[in-house]
Design a protein around this ligand. Structure first.
Ligand code: NAP
Length: 326
């Protein structure tokens, strides 16, 4: 491990007995939201990152088995929420070995070490484990990933459940949230297209997506972790998803309308691009009934207001935040 500069004081430990959580990928889009959600709800949170870890978080290369073992043995968390992954399908296609090391092998090590220290384990997975030909997909439906990213995440699910039979796998679709730069999420990236203004710009209008706010996923993670502590039957695969079906074209138009910007330059593309680097499912809608039946779901935030919340810091005129819904 690249050294710790994070210490948990005895006082902090005393405040939250049995509520110590390790969040991997805490520098990332989802991990940041998960970190905050647990911190705001009486958990002691230990967050790890890698390239962006310093100075606030622990820096740990999760592909280093000894470092992962040391991390778990030192902090002995009660729960692990494993968000770290290489989640960009085209990058996974080009740098497969590195991505598999993180998405599969690091997951396997973490699951083993979590089981060894009796921590509950929650692995974040994706709707891309499905081929998208026969939606909606239930938790027990058979995965058939179309690209290497989806295969690596499915393999990560299997490693999780093999080493940690009491673990939870939570599959989610495309995410957005508070971003450091708009390109951090496929959804907020559309801001750049919206802003192109006069230049006409084509956007996919074939692939059906269910954009989901990372804050909602974080709330579900906390509910799952808290319930799993009391009820060992809360394990296996769960789905959570926003409930508004939209193509990228429709998301961009919704963003333009929310900010009262022109959308005439946005052109819907109704044919799949022939040379896409990694194949994507056409519609991998998730059926989320298992979470709902156990009362572990949250009401997804409406897309327009949630995405506006995330994008307002990138507007030239910050008064949008106050004025846009009034
Ligand atoms: P992200 O923003 O790309 O963050 C990835 C995280 O992984 C970062 O914190 C990064 O740390 C960390 N990481 C990368 N290499 C590492 C290494 N060798 N050792 C330790 N940590 C490393 O990802 P995200 O969007 O939050 O995704 C979170 C989870 O949701 C993933 O499991 C992903 O598969 C799943 N998911 C995401 C989406 C989506 O649309 N984003 C959709 C479905 C499912 P540094 O940045 O500090 O290096």
């Amino acid at each position: 491990m690249h050294g710790f500069d994070f210490t948990v004081s005895e006082e902090e430990e005393a405040v939250v007995p049995g509520r110590k959580v390790l969040v991997t990928g805490a520098t990332g889009l989802l991990g940041r939201a998960v970190f905050r959600e647990f911190q705001n709800n009486g958990w002691l949170v230990i967050g790890t990152g890698y390239r962006r870890a310093r100075p606030r978080l622990l820096c740990c290369d999760l592909t280093d088995e000894d470092a992962v073992r040391g991390l778990l043995q030192e902090y002995k968390p009660n729960a692990v929420i494993h968000c770290a992954a290489e989640r960009r399908p085209d990058v996974v296609e080009r740098h497969t070995e590195a991505a598999v090391n993180l998405n599969v092998h690091a997951t396997s090590t973490l699951a083993k070490e979590a089981a060894a220290c009796a921590a509950s384990f929650l692995y974040i997975s994706t709707d891309y484990v499905f081929d998208g030909r026969n939606p909606p997909y239930g938790e027990d439906d058979c995965p058939n990933p179309l690209n290497v990213y989806g295969r690596s995440k499915h393999e990560g699910e299997r490693e999780t459940l093999r080493h940690c039979p009491g673990a939870v796998v939570l599959r989610v679709p495309v995410l957005f949230g508070e971003v450091e730069s708009v390109t951090e999420s496929a959804v907020t990236s559309l801001w750049l297209k919206v802003q192109e203004g006069t230049e006409s710009c084509t956007l996919d209008h074939c692939q059906q997506r269910f954009p989901t706010d990372a804050r909602d996923v974080a709330a579900v993670c906390r509910k799952l972790a808290e319930r799993a502590r009391q009820d060992p039957s809360v394990r296996g695969v769960f789905h959570f998803s926003g409930n508004e079906q939209m193509t990228k074209y429709e998301m961009a138009v919704a963003i333009a309308q929310a900010f009262k910007l022109p959308s005439d330059h946005l052109i819907p593309l109704t044919e799949q691009p022939a040379a896409a680097a990694a194949l994507r499912p056409i519609n991998s809608r998730l059926n989320c009934s298992r979470l709902e039946l156990l009362n572990l779901s949250v009401q997804p935030r409406p897309f327009t207001s949630a995405v506006t919340d995330c994008l307002w810091p990138f507007t030239a005129d910050k008064r949008w935040r106050q004025t846009v819904f009034h």
